[in-house]
Design a protein around this ligand. Structure first.
Ligand code: MOS
Length: 733
């Protein structure tokens, strides 16, 4: 690598497989601390502008029109009346408006003049007017005629069921092992469909200038969103820019672009003026991808000592015909516990409910409900303590392919969590009555696969000795601004206030974006490598080896020279860091681990469940920011309470439409539903196989297993085993 002194010179550093724990040798004392969000003040004072708050001159407003049938063709859209209404500028229908981009599948929908309808509520047209009220009134006045076709909407009875080949496996002799087992269970769990329920609705403001589109949007992964949008509009990516510096939550629903972005961009191009399209809350529920409902049959068998010999996880999920995504229900089950005779089957019912996609820990969020409640059932059937049963069934290598595990804190979390929670106070089922409430405790393992995604970041040491971090990373409420500040500050010996982070702009170097709990580790690794390049440049200037360089409080010390960073000749100096998945160890199973503990009260007369306290303890390698990491765990555990007790998207059995399409009727937990939550992050863990900063994902780990601990606590409280989630009172009483 050349370390030229010219300001234009960029050094690019990619990682080697074996990365030393360089961050542990730094002395700034910034990384891992509870640094508050640098952009927090802007957010709470309303100065951080979210997508819909961009109001360029001459802004027009579009409202999406929804299909009111489940399946068929639009034969005619009568828009003459609408076009004559006050303020109405245009009515658009047909391609590209009707494309319904799925996550990562830009442009797969066929071009057509009048749309085909695949689900009730699908966008079929856009009305644009000077004001929102005018556009909405015109949209409501339109008459649409359809050629309606029969549609199936029930996953259990669907006539078309796909079995993706890569998701089926059968090892050993499952039936024989179950027959010979000292104890065996065969149970079927069901989980409800979910919606992401981000606070900020999907919103886009599109502006064209000299053939280039700028879209202020609310999206999670800008490099993919850029590709999807360019593809939908049939244009070059170079002519599209997406800005999303602040995102009010995504939870999966903003991984891929949604209909409002294409609609706003298309309309703005045609009308030659800026157009804003914001989905109403009901539209967010109807038009963005939901999590599939699941049914999951679990069979477990063990010998007299509790050692598992058989494990089967067979599930059914749903999606629209032809869609590639299917909820990866058994993702965590594959590597968590032993049982040499194993079977996995995965079925996708093809139905015409709204499309399914990634929502808050796709796979484990619902798969771990069935697995971890079934483990509790096996513990109950064998009389073995649930924690001991789990620990004795951890194996040295992955059951599926014999891979070694990287850092695996599962046993430690189960045992430390048990001690902190007071697990030894647990009693057999239905033995603790407190007034009208049955009291019980439950435990579940937490596991979430860990991914690192390709990421590039640029860090510039400025002439004034401060640092500028630039990448197209997003902050979806997770704390990206804070942790990137901390990584750069730690590496360059700068306090937080001397690091500026610019993200959320697709013109900047392309990062992983936010999703799959890969954002902090992937983008953070790229920033780390860029800073490592700058350290080498500084060391070279001082004529010392990088190992002999100390950077602290803006001052570089090497050999017998001490120099302020602002005094180096050749500033600004830029360095780029680049990580890709293949760079890290590929012969390890890498996952985040933890344990959930819940104590509940079940009302003896009404069956109402109240969570009394909850503790989650997690092992995720290096913690980048204790405050934002704990906050993510709290949020995730709250989603666990939701999926255990209240959250349920309801589909009309006649046409599959979503009935409870608002936050009043789709019940996410509110303050009164949430008790004292303790989120504990193990301090001293590092995962050397995960990435150069030894950190793993945390966002989705906190939900994986959380609901199961509540289900197990309900059983322990009152002796009723509910296998249909959410566990509403009618299922308990
Ligand atoms: Mo996530 S469900 O990958 O935002």
């Amino acid at each position: 690598m050349s370390l030229d002194q010219s300001p234009d010179q960029t050094t690019e550093l990619t990682m080697d497989k074996a990365q030393p724990r360089l961050l542990d040798a730094m002395s700034q004392g910034l990384l891992g601390t509870r640094l508050s969000r640098p952009e927090g003040a802007l957010k709470v004072t309303g100065r951080a502008a979210y997508a819909a708050e961009h109001l360029p001159d001459n802004l027009a407003t579009g409202v999406l029109v929804r299909a009111t049938i489940t399946k068929g063709k639009v034969s005619h859209i009568d828009s003459d009346g609408a076009k004559a209404m006050k303020g109405v500028l245009a009515v658009f229908n047909g391609d590209p408006l009707v494309r319904n981009p799925a996550q990562g599948q830009a442009g797969e929908a066929p071009a057509q003049v009048l749309p085909e309808v695949h689900y009730f509520g699908q966008p079929i047209a856009l009305v644009v007017a000077s004001t929102f009220e005018q556009a909405r009134a015109a949209a409501q006045s339109m008459t649409v005629t359809y050629e309606e076709e029969d549609a199936e909407v029930e996953p259990a009875t669907a006539s078309t069921v796909d079995k993706p080949k890569k998701s089926q496996s059968d090892t050993g002799d499952l039936e024989g092992a179950l027959r010979d087992a000292a104890t065996a269970i065969d149970v079927t769990y069901a989980t409800a469909p979910h919606t992401s329920a981000a606070m900020e609705p999907h919103a886009s403001v599109a502006e064209w200038k000299d053939g280039r589109l700028t879209l202020h949007g609310s999206y999670q992964m800008l490099k993919h969103n850029l590709a999807e949008l360019a593809d939908a509009l049939d244009m070059s990516e170079d002519n599209v820019r997406i800005l999303a510096p602040y995102v009010g939550g995504g939870f999966g629903s903003k991984l891929g672009i949604a209909p409002e972005a294409v609609a706003a961009a298309h309309a703005a191009r045609e009308l030659k003026r800026p157009v804003r399209v914001v989905m109403g809350r009901d539209q967010v529920f109807q038009m963005t991808l939901r999590r599939s409902e699941t049914t999951q049959r679990i069979r477990l068998g063990c010998d007299a000592s509790g050692r598992m010999t058989a494990l089967a996880h067979e599930d059914r999920v749903s999606n629209l015909p032809g869609e590639a995504f299917s909820e990866p229900v058994a993702q965590g089950t594959h590597f968590l516990y032993g049982g040499e005779n194993r079977r996995f089957t995965h079925e996708v019912a093809r139905i015409h409910r709204p499309g399914t996609g990634s929502v808050r820990a796709p796979g484990e969020a619902v798969g771990m409900i069935a697995l971890e409640c079934a483990m509790d059932e096996l513990a109950e059937a064998t009389g073995i303590d649930p924690i001991e049963l789990r620990v004795m069934n951890m194996r040295e290598t992955t059951p599926a392919d014999g891979l070694p595990y990287s850092e695996r804190g599962l046993e430690r979390c189960l045992r430390e969590g048990a001690a902190r929670f007071g697990w030894d106070g647990r009693r057999p089922a239905a033995q603790r009555l407190d007034g009208d409430w049955w009291i019980g405790m439950g435990v579940a393992s937490a596991v979430r696969t860990n991914q690192m995604e390709e990421s590039v970041a640029r860090v510039t040491l400025q002439s004034d000795g401060t640092a500028l971090v630039e990448t197209d990373m997003t902050d979806i409420g997770t704390g990206s601004y804070a942790i990137l500040t901390q990584i750069a500050g730690e590496m360059l010996g700068l306090p937080a206030k001397k690091v500026r982070v610019r993200i959320g702009d697709s013109d900047l170097p392309k990062s992983s974006g936010s999703g799959g709990s890969f954002g902090a580790q992937s983008c953070g690794s790229a920033v780390f490598l860029a800073c490592k390049g700058l350290r080498e440049w500084i060391a070279d200037k001082l004529d010392v080896s990088p190992a002999d360089l100390t950077l602290r409080d803006g001052v570089a010390t090497g050999g017998n020279v001490q120099m302020s960073l602002a005094d180096f000749a050749g500033l600004p100096q830029t360095s780029e860091g680049h990580v890709k998945p293949g760079d890290t160890a590929d012969d390890f199973a890498i996952a985040g681990y933890g344990a959930h503990f819940a104590e509940v009260g079940v009302h003896a007369d009404t069956g109402e469940v109240r969570v009394r306290r909850m503790l989650g303890i997690f092992s995720i390698g290096r913690v980048l920011n204790r405050l934002t990491a704990e906050s993510q765990c709290h949020g995730a555990m709250i989603w666990g309470i939701g999926s255990a007790l209240t959250e349920e998207l309801m589909h009309d059995p006649r046409d599959g439409r979503i009935v409870n399409h608002n936050l009043a009727e789709y019940h996410v937990p509110v303050h009164l539903d949430v008790p004292q939550l303790d989120a504990i992050l193990l301090e001293d863990t590092r995962d050397d196989q995960a990435n150069p900063i030894q950190a793993k994902g945390i966002g989705e780990l906190g939900i994986s297993g959380a609901a199961a601990s509540i289900g197990n606590a309900v059983f322990n409280a009152c002796g009723v085993r509910v296998r249909d989630f959410p566990m509403t009172p009618d299922k308990i009483i």
